[in-house]
Design a protein around this ligand. Structure first.
Ligand code: 5AD
Ligand code: SF4
Length: 438
């Protein structure tokens, strides 16, 4: 090879895909690839796909079709599909799209270099197995390049909950936790490279139960141990299931200073009838009591969540119960979606709610959530919060970072990237806060 090969990765969907894309780029770095941010001059294109909502597979096929010209111009170009669509569609992708050279599911990323070699040798490659080993350890040694102030760290993957609408148990497989020692080693390495805030990732992160020398650690124990790492200033985790919020994790929110006062705790619906049909295994009342206990442990915690409107057979009364629950919780930030049919999931077989009805409910829910978000933001005015600065703002002389509560905060001051400063909040706009250094 007379020049370095270029890898272009396009990432869709959740933060775990962002993390996985970084790991894949590092693994291919070990094979002599450097990253490029355009597909035009790439020798390998990887689509890291998401299957959670909408017509995901169709979008991937049309996206792939657009690379036809590039492949005609450069026959050496290899095209790969990774992520949850790769897992769900598997060999069908190779059948339907001749441009694709390799398909790799989320549990097989450690085999990517091998699959790439196979593709270069002229054999189209497929790996969508669910092996038992820790794929992140098998990915190439990380190059010790410096990193930005924040990083994701996957500690848990997969899910055994089988909510009736969700593809995750099928695409990411059974719930599995990485051993605690590996997580801690990776966290230390990140901190040594400049990271000050780590977000622990998992589809069901608070189900974490990693192997440790003295048995199994739950997430709270892992967080307490991570908090002992010098130089690591902030810890976050996402995404959690209400039924896995154990007592120690609730207590940790009041006891561990480095654990930030922000919790993403999806409830999906406020109707017990719908929650049951969703197979969520909790009630609206149980969720509200849980939020109360969390707020008792950490009064200023900002709660965020996910909602689905128009789940099969959802009535106007069910939707009204969702609006009531939202009123009761007062969310700082939320994601809300129209139910979208996922083939192969139980809810796909049920009577569907009319599209116009879904649109109308989503509109009403988002209006309420928007007002709450603004109210919670406005209440920050006058308060002093920690802000970890990440990048320059749009205006000259501006820097922007995330507050303890995960609000974007702008200041007009010469603070450095990676600096953690106390900021007094002076203003609130649509999706951000303004402040001055305290
Ligand atoms: N339709 C709509 N939203 C969904 N989500 C998951 N599956 C679906 C679906 N089939 C949402 C849930 C979940 C978030 C990640 O995506 O709210 O918490
Ligand atoms: Fe999907 Fe989350 Fe339910 Fe698991 S707990 S099935 S990831 S929505």
């Amino acid at each position: 090879m007379d020049r370095q090969r270029k890898l272009y990765v396009r990432t869709y969907g959740c933060q775990m895909n962002v993390y996985d894309s970084e790991r894949m780029a590092e693994a291919m770095g070990g094979q002599g690839y450097v990253s490029t941010d355009t597909p035009d001059d790439a020798d390998m294109i990887l689509l890291n796909t998401c299957h959670i909502r909408e017509k995901a597979a169709e979008k991937v096929y049309s996206e792939l079709g657009r690379f036809r010209g590039l492949k005609a111009a450069n026959p050496e170009l290899k095209i790969g599909v990774a992520g949850c669509v790769a897992q769900a569609e598997g060999a069908e992708i190779l059948r339907r799209q001749p441009l694709v050279d390799l398909v790799v599911g989320p549990q097989s990323y450690h085999r990517l270099p091998e699959l790439e070699r196979q593709a270069r040798a002229g054999t189209r490659a497929l790996d969508t197995d669910f092996p038992a080993e820790d794929k992140f350890d098998r990915l190439a040694e990380r190059p010790k390049a410096p990193r930005g102030p924040t990083a994701f760290l996957t500690v848990q993957e997969g899910c055994d909950k089988f909510c009736a609408f969700c593809v995750v148990p099928y695409t990411r497989g059974a719930e599995a936790s990485r051993p605690a020692a590996r997580v801690i080693a990776e966290a230390r390495d990140l901190v040594a490279r400049g990271v000050r805030e780590i977000t622990l990732l998992g589809q069901n992160v608070n189900a974490y139960h990693g192997a440790a020398p003295d048995g199994e650690w739950r997430l709270a124990r892992l967080i307490r141990e991570l908090a002992a790492i010098d130089g690591l200033e902030r810890i976050r985790f996402t995404t959690s299931h209400p039924n896995d919020m154990d007592d120690d994790l609730i207590a940790a929110h009041g006891e561990v200073d480095k654990l930030m006062p922000y919790l993403h705790l999806p409830v999906q619906s406020g109707s017990d009838r719908v929650l049951k049909a969703m197979n969520r295994k909790h009630t609206a009342e149980g969720y509200l009591r849980l939020i109360e206990r969390i707020r008792a442990a950490r009064p200023d915690i900002l709660i965020s969540g996910d909602f689905i409107v128009g789940f099969p057979e959802e009535t106007e009364a069910d939707f009204a119960a969702t609006m009531e629950l939202v009123e009761a919780v007062e969310y700082g930030q939320c994601y809300s979606f129209k139910y979208s049919t996922r083939p192969g999931t139980p809810a796909a077989e049920r009577a569907q709610v009319a599209e116009a009805e879904k649109d109308d409910r989503l509109h009403r829910l988002q209006a309420l959530l928007g007002r709450q978000q603004r109210r919670v933001q406005d209440r920050m005015i006058g308060r002093e919060v920690g802000v970890l600065f990440e990048k320059p703002g749009r205006a000259p002389g501006q820097m922007v970072g995330k507050s303890d509560h995960l609000h974007s905060v702008f200041v007009e001051a010469p603070v450095a990237r990676g600096e953690l400063a106390r900021v007094r909040i002076t203003g609130s706009a649509a999706n951000s806060l303004a402040g001055t250094l305290a």
